[in-house]
Ligand binder design. Sequence first.
Ligand code: FMN
Length: 197
Amino acid sequence: MSEKSLKVLAVIGSLHSKSVTRTVVHLAADRLKTDGCSVDILDFEHEPLALYNPDTAHEGDVFSALKVRVERADVILLGTPDYHGSISSAMKNFLDHFWREFAGKLFATIVASHEKGLTVTDQLRTVARQCYAWSLPYGVSFTEGQDVKDDQIVSESFQKRFDMLVRDTRVYGELLARQRHADLHGTEPGFLARLRP
Ligand SMILES: Cc1cc2nc3c(=O)[nH]c(=O)nc-3n(C[C@H](O)[C@H](O)[C@H](O)COP(=O)(O)O)c2cc1C
């Protein structure tokens, strides 16, 4: 994988051992890799992250290693189940650990829901805004059994939205990564000026 390829951090926001969110994030990761992106998958089932505590969260080897992975990413692909119309606690816990590292990057979102997951998508967009990140102008959601079965996408409608998300993540991710790099190394007064090295 070239140093120049788009770097995607794909985050699985479910700890469920048979998570359908995990299935779809992996399907998206595979497609992005086929399209030339480098994809790092963050799965809290295998890499537990302690509950965010502002007094201690930014200390220790686990946080340092994770920070490097978040910093390296151009795009953050977030997959979460719909829990009570909200993002999962695992996803919220991850997001609470960072903000500066998200600034100027693209969030792309996938929600597992029985009800379209609109409020969940909106919450992820709110986090993006608060952290000065961009988000795609839409999110995708799917329902287990109906859209995804036996680790495969089985509905045409979700397949279309999935293909759109994968394509837009790569294309807009590349555009924004280029501009972010230029702004971090430039002299104009954009929102990234305060994050210049
Ligand atoms: C605690 C909890 C709350 C849930 N709340 C909702 C909800 O409000 N709306 C909904 O559509 N599905 C809800 N669900 C169902 C999950 O979103 C759904 O089963 C999803 O596919 C689980 O994804 P996972 O297998 O990746 O964990 C809830 C599930 C759990 C465990």
